[in-house]
Design a protein around this ligand. Structure first.
Ligand SMILES: *Cc1c(COP(=O)(O)O)cnc(C)c1O
Length: 343
């Protein structure tokens, strides 16, 4: 079975397993886990921030970040298809009691400075005031779109004009960095906090990071505790995550394979593949996505439905060039079988 559902399906390699076994650990709630401290320092250094905090998941990272930035009742500006708004069980409302105001970023999910100015609400006797702008890079639902540093900087600058802080959902920030040939820190420089997942393209079994100023991370640590995310000997998780950091440069391979996959799938009648910018491939399907995916699974290929006639495939650490060829062949057979049924 070729599993292209997500870059989260990777299995930790021997090196990661050994690192977990051998990690020096302590109680991280007491700040005493040396491996967690090392990971947090290393990620802060990579992202160019004063501090960073290990959280179990990207979702908790985003939710901790939002709650730490905002006051109950404020508005939060976010893209219409953004993960924090659409795919986190209305956590904005449940955890932070804020009111999302969505902005339509169009096909690439890009939020412009004009949209930020227009969406901004000034606090008054009648209006709650905007407490935060969230951005996402790469943009998941828009197909792994890699926004430029300038795009991020422009939207962030508009928010800052209104004294509104900015959180960047960088679940796949390192993919964006590789695609745009920039350091991850170049994106982070323009925002007030960032979340990035070590459990996606980099292949760590567990772990995401929230990064920002030392004062912000100190407060985020309290929010993490509130949400039940204060872990004890978490060095067992931090050690493989440290190993995973060395997989940043090889993300270019995933991007190359995504292109190869998109080209192959696009040649199949009934499938229309979008041009990938990173490791996600969106494919429009003539037949309902669920039916196409069922036939693909029968042929040995797994992907996820994204809409009624849209599926997403994702290249990752555990996929080879041969797997990509096999995936294309499986999709061809799946579409062919369906055509046969209709004759
Ligand atoms: C995956 C993802 C998350 C959430 O990460 P989890 O570790 O699955 O909770 C947040 N934002 C984006 C853009 C993602 O793709």
């Amino acid at each position: 079975m070729i599993d292209l559902r997500s870059d989260t399906v990777t299995r930790p390699d021997e090196q990661m397993r050994e690192a977990a076994r051998d990690a020096p650990v302590g109680d991280d709630v007491y700040h005493e886990d040396p491996t967690v401290n090392e990971l947090q320092n290393r990620v802060a250094e990579l992202l160019g921030t004063e501090a960073a905090l290990l959280v179990p998941t990207g979702t908790m990272g985003n939710q901790v970040a939002v709650r730490t930035h905002t006051e109950r009742g404020q508005e939060v500006l976010c893209e219409r298809e953004s993960h924090v708004y659409r795919w986190e069980l209305a956590g904005l409302v449940q955890h932070s009691e804020v009111q999302p105001r969505t902005l339509d970023g169009g096909a690439r999910g890009v939020i412009t400075p004009e949209q930020v100015h227009e969406g901004h609400v000034e606090r008054s006797g009648h209006r709650p005031g905007t407490g935060l702008l969230t951005l996402e890079n790469t943009h998941n639902a828009r197909g792994g779109v890699a926004m430029s540093v300038d795009t991020i900087a422009a939207a962030a600058a508009a928010a800052h004009e209104h004294d509104v802080p900015v959180h960047l959902d960088g679940a796949r920030l390192f993919n964006a960095a590789v695609a745009r040939d920039r350091d991850a820190a170049a994106f982070v420089e323009h925002v007030d906090s960032v979340m990035c997942c070590l459990s996606k393209g980099l292949g760590a079994p567990v772990g995401s990071m929230v990064a920002g100023s030392a004062a912000y991370i100190e407060r985020a640590r309290r929010t993490r505790k509130l949400m039940g995310g204060g872990m004890r000997q978490a060095g067992i998780l931090a050690a493989p995550a440290l190993e995973a950091l060395s997989n940043r440069d090889r993300l270019a391979e995933d991007h190359r394979r995504a292109e190869r996959l998109a080209t192959g799938l696009d040649r199949i009648p009934g499938l229309d593949a979008h041009d990938p910018e990173t490791n996600l491939v969106l494919v429009e399907t003539d037949r309902p996505a669920e039916a196409v995916l069922e036939d693909c699974e029968a042929e040995g290929l797994l992907a996820v439905p994204f809409d009624d006639h849209l599926v997403r495939l994702c290249t990752h650490l555990d996929v080879t060039d041969d797997d990509i060829d096999e995936a294309i062949t499986a999709a061809e057979r799946a579409v062919g079988t369906a055509a046969g049924r209709h004759r």
